[in-house]
Design a protein around this ligand. Sequence first.
Ligand code: FAD
Length: 231
Amino acid sequence: MKFYEAKVKEIKQETSDSYSFIMEIPEGYTWKAGQHVLWKLHGYTVPEGDKDTRVFTIASAPEDGFLMFTTRITELHSGFKDVLLKQLKPGDIMEVATPLGNFTLDAKDYEKTLIIAGGIGVTPIRSLLRDFMDHPVAGHEVTVLYSDDRGEFAFEDFWKELQEKVPSVKMNFITDRDQFTGKTDSFAKENGNKAEYLVAGSPGMNTAFTERLTGLGIEASNVKTDIFMGY
Ligand SMILES: Cc1cc2nc3c(=O)[nH]c(=O)nc-3n(C[C@H](O)[C@H](O)[C@H](O)COP(=O)(O)OP(=O)(O)OC[C@H]3O[C@@H](n4cnc5c(N)ncnc54)[C@H](O)[C@@H]3O)c2cc1C
């Protein structure tokens, strides 16, 4: 597998336990907003039984001018994440493979988009909306339901900039699960199949919301999920 070398520029704490790793874009490296990729440690080893690679979404868009992944590192964490938390520093290299995936926002074929994001599942949404910020489609409304049970939201500065620049994107920061499902239901009842529905969260959350939406009469083809395995 071909890997590119990306130099780490900055490590930014986003919430009490999530961190963004910001890197220079290697020469010749390209990706599309919403894609994910295999990252590999360079010059660091992990304990036996762990792997030196992980799949993370590219949380930045090409328009950002940098590569970034954002990950949650809880108190008990893998050897891989221990290197990210305690050893990796600006100037180091992360290796990055060729990106994969086709999780996109379709502003041409739909009047509206509802984004349903849970916790660290928001990473591809940041990328898609960063792209949309530079290429908004007139008349296309985007409603974002971003839920975190602890009320800790990543990328705060970005959401502020996005709402200032593109008022047709409506952000909702949610900490209550009933509100999360309630707002989903009322949007689906009001907009039905005129809208597309992007669901980005844990596998359990994605299944629950997909079933909820299809139960409300939304065609499965209008519900798109980005599945994070293993967290
Ligand atoms: C398409 C795709 C995109 C993805 N994008 C992202 C992304 O953008 N950001 C992201 O964070 N993840 C993303 N993931 C998930 C990611 O690949 C990892 O699976 C996930 O972050 C878990 O990492 P980890 O294995 O290092 O475990 P950790 O996160 O370190 O731990 C996972 C769980 O195991 C427990 N645990 C870990 N080590 C120990 C231990 N020694 N003893 C006891 N318990 C322990 C932890 O408490 C935790 O509950 C994505 C996955 C896919 C498939």
